[in-house]
Ligand binder design. Structure first.
Ligand SMILES: Cc1cc2nc3c(=O)[nH]c(=O)nc-3n(C[C@H](O)[C@H](O)[C@H](O)COP(=O)(O)OP(=O)(O)OC[C@H]3O[C@@H](n4cnc5c(N)ncnc54)[C@H](O)[C@@H]3O)c2cc1C
Length: 496
């Protein structure tokens, strides 16, 4: 039996591992953290669980191909999918806009909020409907598709091709400016980071309103453990707290890995699911060039990455009557060197296991590319770094107390994670929470998962499939095994 070494037990590594076992490969996963899941994770503090990943997961609608992939991997085993009534709410000057899942209700609501935008709202809703039927190409990687596959894909996207090229070239801000209502403009901009292309909002709303963007109950970490259990049930082995130091290449073949401990593990194939920065500079020691990654790393304006600061609170009061996800204006405070005057409050009261009965978890996620700020601060003084995290949580306790008076004096747990947390635990490049983004100025690049000059190495992980996220991660793992099967002359047997 051919032996496969997989670096990383995130969603991509677990996906590759499970498909590898199902296709008769001996598979071992080497993971530097003590648990599976990579960035699909959460952690517990003094009786509260802070889920720091899934807001919505593409592929939760039963008749989609992606759902079948998640199901095959055990991600939804014995698990209900929660479908929220609205994606998030946005408050301004006492008025609240809800992005409802029910698209007719959304249309009516927007028209009530801004009758003068009636025509633009109709176009907005129409576009969302068009996006509802689009699916992520799941069956094969693009470079394994044949002419028939391309024709089929073209047919699927035909009804929207004109809109796609337009939305690809405009930023979210440009798109939002079509609306007269300031509330609608701002709420749309709040959907994604500002330099995203406008298409991103329609993929988000289309997925969510079609019921394909639900939340697996139990949360991110439990989903990761279910997949790790499936891999182990199939006979796969995971080695935790085991960091790979380099990939050993001999005469153009990847023949194994060397661990941080110095130990050498030999194998017939290696799959890397770690972020592209770690792969190219550390595991491959900067010895190889890669056209796609080089272009992305060298042009951060065209291919930005994003990180966030996540502040979790456990409060001993029931916040379920409050909106589950809402953005409010607040008295300005500093985070990552920037002035913040608006926060998103997300509570998890639909998850009984996250907090003691009658208590609640709130997470505030502040988006911003402030890795360098936090890194410089910690490098200058660890005390200052922790003091700033402490100040941030106190500022937020004050702001939340003003918005939700019932929380005053009831804060029992606090957790602050910065981009450095994601770098430390998952090796994430600059603490990024997805891969490279697509901006209106750039063209989506497709990485074929191979590094020129090295045979027997497959690259998976969210970094090869822009803009990253859990669907990219799970598919990249599957595609690596499809390529491996092709190389070995085996049939890839998973059918939809
Ligand atoms: C706050 C936050 C919210 C998010 N929300 C969503 C969401 O709502 N929906 C969505 O689709 N996506 C979301 N994402 C993105 C999603 O978490 C990622 O896209 C996905 O988990 C990436 O999976 P991966 O397997 O490609 O990479 P990773 O999760 O990064 O896995 C790589 C693994 O490799 C390990 N590793 C790294 N270097 C080494 C080494 N040298 N040796 C051994 N092991 C190593 C790491 O520890 C890690 O476990 C979110 C991410 C964050 C951070």
């Amino acid at each position: 039996m051919k032996k496969l070494i997989i670096i990383g037990a995130g969603i991509s590594g677990l996906s590759a591992g499970i498909f590898a076992r199902q296709h008769g490969f001996d598979a071992e996963i080497y993971e530097m953290h003590s648990i599976p899941g990579g960035e699909c994770t959460g952690w517990s503090r003094t009786g509260y669980h802070f889920d720091n990943c899934i807001h919505w997961l593409t592929g939760t609608k039963e008749d989609t191909d992606l759902y079948k992939v998640w199901k095959e991997l055990g991600a939804f085993q014995d698990t209900d999918i929660y479908q929220a009534d609205y994606l998030f709410a946005y408050n301004k000057n006492g008025k609240t806009l809800y992005f409802y899942r029910d698209i007719d209700k959304l249309k009516q609501h927007l028209n009530e909020l801004s009758p003068e935008d009636n025509e633009e709202i109709a176009r907005f809703i129409d576009l969302i409907r068009k996006f509802q039927v689009l699916t992520v190409p799941t069956k094969k990687p693009m470079d394994m598709m044949n002419i028939i596959d391309y024709i089929k894909m073209g047919m699927e996207y035909r009804h929207i091709s004109k809109d796609l090229s337009l939305l690809q070239k405009s930023s979210i801000e440009e798109y939002a400016s079509r609306f007269k209502s300031q509330l609608i403009r701002e709420a749309i901009k709040n959907t994604c980071p500002e330099n995203y292309y406008a298409m991103a909002i329609f993929f988000s709303f289309g997925t969510f309103t079609s019921g394909n963007g639900g939340y697996p109950m139990g949360g991110s970490l439990k989903m990761s453990f279910r997949m790790a259990d499936k891999f182990k049930e199939l006979g796969g082995k995971i080695f935790y707290n085991t960091k790979a130091k380099r990939i050993i290449v001999e005469n153009g073949d990847a023949v194994g890995i060397q661990l941080d401990s110095g130990e050498i593990i030999k194998g017939d194939y290696v799959i890397s699911t770690v972020d592209a920065g770690m792969l190219m500079t550390k595991l491959l020691e900067g010895k190889y060039k890669d056209k796609v990654f080089d272009k992305q790393f060298n042009n951060p304006d065209l291919y930005p990455i994003h990180s966030s600061v996540n502040i979790g609170f456990g409060v001993s009061c029931d916040l379920s009557p409050r909106e589950h996800d809402i953005s409010y204006e607040v008295e300005p405070f500093k985070c990552g060197g920037k002035l913040i005057d608006r926060i998103n409050l997300k509570h998890y009261c639909h998850e009984p296991s996250f907090a003691p009965k009658g208590s609640s978890v709130i997470i505030v996620r502040i988006m911003g590319d402030d890795y360098d700020y936090w890194k410089n601060l910690r490098d200058s003084s660890t005390e200052k770094y922790y003091a700033e995290k402490d100040k941030l949580s106190k500022d937020l306790i004050d702001r939340i107390g003003k918005l939700y008076p019932e929380t005053r004096g009831k804060f029992e747990a606090v957790d602050v994670s910065t981009p450095l947390t994601y770098e430390r635990y998952f090796g994430a490049y600059k603490g990024a929470w997805m891969g490279f983004d697509i901006s209106p100025k750039s063209k989506a690049l497709i990485h074929n998962g191979l590094i020129k000059g090295i045979d027997n190495l497959f690259v998976a992980g969210q970094w090869i499939f822009m803009p990253g996220g859990l669907p990219s991660a799970v598919l990249a793992g599957k595609w690596a095994i499809q390529k491996l099967c092709k190389k070995e002359g085996k049939e890839f047997t998973f059918k939809f």
